[in-house]
Unconditional design. Structure first.
Length: 144
């Protein structure tokens, strides 16, 4: 009987544990994003980033690191969903802003929000970092 009680206690703890739908990681050279932004004089920025993301990145001393980190995060999010761009998600359906603490937070809209809901996801956690040459991001899609 004691054994059965222990098993029941274990299962009662498990019901509150979230499951992971998928993970994604992306690494990008900051120079690639810098070259695209400079080569296409604003068109690349406007196609990939929201106005809030552009304002945030442009407010930094070295905006290209921040653009690259957000680009990597969007790629990682697509990988965590398991859809890529094939399901009709646009770059601007994913917006990455920062809380006051500096923590990046993903906001989904349009087709991105539709897919998120159809997969019954609770959250997509993201983490980003960069150095002088590279930006990397990770996304973890958490199920309800």
């Amino acid at each position: 009987m004691l054994y059965n009680n222990r098993i029941q206690n274990c299962f009662s703890l498990i019901k509150d544990v979230s499951m992971i739908h998928g993970t994604g990681v992306d690494l990008i050279e900051i120079s690639r994003i810098k070259n695209s932004i400079q080569k296409y004089s604003g068109k690349f920025e406007a196609r990939v980033f929201t106005s809030k993301e552009i304002d945030y990145c442009r407010s930094k001393a070295d905006p290209f690191k921040h653009f690259a980190a957000r680009f990597a995060a969007k790629e990682a999010v697509l990988k965590s969903l398991g859809t890529g761009m094939a399901e009709g998600i646009s770059w601007k359906d994913m917006e990455i802003l920062n809380q006051e603490s500096g923590q990046p937070v993903l906001s989904l809209s349009g087709r991105g929000r539709d897919i998120f809901e159809s997969l019954n996801l609770r959250n997509i956690h993201i983490s980003m970092t960069h150095d002088k040459s590279y930006a990397v991001a990770q996304a973890i899609a958490e199920m309800n």
